[in-house]
Design a protein around this ligand. Structure first.
Ligand SMILES: *[C@@H]1O[C@H](CO)[C@@H](O)[C@H](O)[C@H]1NC(C)=O
Ligand SMILES: [Ca+2]
Ligand SMILES: [Ca+2]
Ligand SMILES: [Cu+2]
Length: 361
């Protein structure tokens, strides 16, 4: 295309056109990935597992058989020790000033929610290790043999072995051996970050963990009520100002995405789940640090009227994730707001996607 234009114009002019096109392409790439990794899905076909051979599934089924009535009374006090209690009531979620309209951030709507408990912290590597030691659970990333990692976190050695990038988001690379234990591939470990949020867990892995804990994933509505921390219609869990008194309240990207992370908040990648101040419900990092799976199937539009314990679409292809991650930046993925949302297939894992659990009161 540039060559054809080159024949009919002066060299200088052509260079400008080519440059403008590159910028436009870069801009389009950024916009296409505006789900902050929503394109990072396992391609069905390539990685399809036989029914029954998936350890995730069989684990999940085992735990289905646990009797709630027996498990809960024994564990409830212990279970909710590091959880915030959120009272039953009518709350508002969504926004009438959506930033990403097509994501279904709007409209603002009322939800009538039963009381529930929400984990104060994202599930950490130490938490997840306990689960794996007790159950032998193998994550889908481990079963499939790879997961998506942000290029800037990889060693030169690992990078040199990869030539396939995600077209719409070239800073994401599929890395062999990347999993919760080896977040940047086999030459990395979690040894010095046991208190960081666990990553490379699929929705199925997250469900298995929460079930083992006697908990469950939060619905999107519960997650967003928890995010708002008792405040009404604010952008962030703490208010409308991103860095009140110039203090960072969570772990996102500062500087130029994706080339220059100035790490003003102290972290390039994940951070400890207890770092940064909590919101009004004593919940930490509900936006930023890592994206968090919810139980809802994705749908871009919402029913209105006061919804009683809404649970999302009846079925679908993708699950809803909330809160954004350490890779989010205003220019690229302004999704570290309570109303923002994105999606991935339930078998997808990535280096910025984790979770926390909930339990009904
Ligand atoms: C990254 O951005 C900061 C702040 O704008 C700037 O001071 C620094 O020189 C940049 N670094 C690189 C390598 O471009
Ligand atoms: Ca950061
Ligand atoms: Ca988070
Ligand atoms: Cu993001």
């Amino acid at each position: 295309m540039y060559r054809v234009r080159g024949y009919v114009c002066l060299l200088y002019f052509c260079v400008i056109i080519a440059h403008a096109n590159e910028q436009q392409q870069q801009q389009e790439k950024l916009q296409q990935d505006c789900g902050c990794g929503k394109n990072l899905n396992r391609q069905s076909g390539d990685n399809k597992l036989d029914e029954g051979s998936c350890p995730v599934k069989s684990n999940a089924e085992d735990y289905d058989e646990l009797d709630d009535e027996i498990v809960k009374p024994i564990h409830k006090a212990v279970l909710t020790a590091n959880m915030a209690e959120i009272k039953a009531g009518v709350y508002h979620i969504g926004t009438d000033q959506p930033f990403f309209v097509n994501d279904g951030e709007g409209p603002r709507r009322a939800v009538d929610i039963d009381g529930f408990f929400m984990d104060k912290y994202e599930v950490s590597n130490a938490n997840f290790e306990e689960f794996v030691k007790a159950t032998g659970h193998k994550t889908e990333a481990e079963v499939f043999g790879d997961s998506f990692v942000f290029e800037g976190l990889l060693s030169e050695k690992t990078k040199s072995t990869i030539d396939q990038a995600v077209a719409a988001a070239p800073w994401w690379l599929p890395v062999k051996g990347a999993s919760w234990r080896n977040p940047e591939g086999l030459d990395s470990s979690i040894e010095d970050r046991m208190d960081h949020a666990v990553i490379h867990v699929s929705w199925n892995d997250a469900v298995a963990y929460c079930k083992w804990m006697g908990k469950r994933l939060p619905t999107e509505a519960e997650w967003e009520v928890a995010c708002r921390g008792g405040l009404k219609d604010r952008l962030y869990p703490w208010g409308n100002k991103l860095t009140p008194n110039d203090e960072h309240r969570t772990n996102i990207w500062q500087g130029e995405f994706p080339t220059n992370n100035t790490e003003e908040d102290g972290f390039f990648g994940t951070s400890p789940v207890t770092h940064f101040p909590p919101n009004g419900y004593d919940i930490y990092n509900i936006v930023g640090n890592v994206w968090e799976w919810t139980s809802d199937w994705w749908q871009p539009s919402h029913d209105v009227g006061t919804l009683k314990n809404p649970k999302g679409a009846v079925s679908g292809k993708d699950k809803v994730k909330k809160g954004g991650s350490y890779l989010c930046h205003h220019s690229y993925c302004y999704r570290y707001r309570c109303a923002s949302r994105s999606q991935n297939t339930p078998d997808t894992s990535a280096g910025n996607l984790g979770f926390r659990c909930a339990v009904s009161a």
